[in-house]
Ligand binder design. Structure first.
Ligand code: PGA
Length: 263
């Protein structure tokens, strides 16, 4: 327990660089190869904390031979009930044996499959109740000249956080992932747009909870992040980290992102 709280403290000022492997790669052999390349890196990450979120089926294999803290693990989803008649679902109790410390909640690709706001808010609450950090994904489908997408973002925040207490807000990570920027390669937000959104999210959180709690929340950006735009997005967007999809599947590119933040 002590070890865990110490470790959590040490990541508090580091940029969280989350690798969302999504439904990739197609074999455990390839998954092990990606992670082996990451582990081989001699680089010390003083300014960032990489968090690997592989498909659940690879988690036991990847964590079995790894006891370090240089890379932490997370999951891409879970089902917020301990056990029971829920065909095809995996509970937190089942995965916790492999020590993931983060969970992505409400990713747009899961929302697209029909995940409701009710389910998302339940997952955020359940994760916090189990001392796991939820990474709540929010993001608009399109941007509108009249700013109506901001209302959408506000609603997603209100709904996703509707079941948590003010004192727990600082334990949640928010990932701003505009859907139009996801998986497109070179189509990330501009650092300026990101900075504006960062301020907007904090303002909304301050309105729902209070300013102090809002300022303590880590905000990440995701959507077409690569080793060319990562530094600018973090520095000029003033975010606390990145959620990296496609680029995280190439361990050399992912390492480049991590290395560039050390400069
Ligand atoms: P991308 O995906 O980096 O491939 O755009 C990001 C995400 O969906 O988390």
């Amino acid at each position: 327990m002590l070890k865990k709280s110490k470790a959590k403290k040490s990541t508090s000022n580091k940029k969280l660089i989350v690798a969302n492997w999504k439904m990739n790669p197609t074999s455990s052999k390839e998954a092990k190869k990606i992670f082996a390349t990451l582990k081989r890196s001699k680089q010390n990450f003083k300014k960032s904390q990489p968090i690997i979120c592989p498909p659940l089926i690879y988690l036991p294999e990847l964590t079995k031979s790894y006891s370090g803290r240089k890379f932490l693990f997370g999951t891409q989803d879970f089902f917020p009930v301990r056990e029971g008649e829920f065909t095809g679902q995996i509970s937190w109790e089942m995965v916790s044996e492999f020590n993931p410390e983060y969970v992505i909640v409400g990713h747009s690709e899961i929302r697209d499959l029909g995940e409701t706001e009710e389910m998302i808010s339940e997952k955020v609450k359940y994760a916090l109740g189990h001392k796991v950090t939820p990474i709540l994904c929010i993001g608009e489908k399109e941007r509108y000249e009249n700013g109506s997408h901001l209302k959408f973002i506000e609603e997603e925040l209100r709904e996703g956080l509707s079941k948590i207490k003010k004192t727990d807000l600082r334990k949640v990570v928010i990932a701003y992932e505009p859907i139009w920027a996801i998986g497109k390669g070179h189509n990330a937000v501009t650092p300026y747009e990101l900075h504006q959104m960062n301020i907007f999210i904090k303002k909304v959180l301050a309105g729902i909870f209070d300013r102090k709690s809002a300022m303590a929340v880590k905000i990440l950006y995701g959507g077409s992040v690569d080793d060319e735009n990562s530094v600018k997005l973090i520095n000029e967007g003033e975010v606390d980290g990145l959620l990296v999809g496609r680029a995280s599947l190439n361990p050399y590119v992912f390492l480049n992102i991590l290395k560039s933040l050390e400069k």
